[in-house]
Write a protein that binds this ligand. Structure first.
Ligand SMILES: [Zn+2]
Length: 63
């Protein structure tokens, strides 16, 4: 899995305690954590809103 090289700012982010992805929206992080706990996998509909995914998509598009 490709990890973005930019550091994630923890301070204003909410983190999913299960998969460790960061979200600007605390509700999204909670949603992700519920999903991760229940399914032990990531829901792309949720993780697409994560900071990691956003940074990765940006760097991918800016080739
Ligand atoms: Zn998660």
């Amino acid at each position: 899995m490709n990890q973005p090289s930019e550091p994630i700012q923890d301070s204003d982010m909410s983190q999913c305690g299960e998969c460790g992805l960061h979200y600007r929206d605390a509700q999204k992080a909670a949603q992700c954590e519920l999903w991760c706990k229940a399914h032990h996998t990531c829901n792309v509909d949720i993780t697409k809103d994560s900071e990691e995914q956003r940074l990765w998509s940006n760097s991918h598009l800016q080739k």
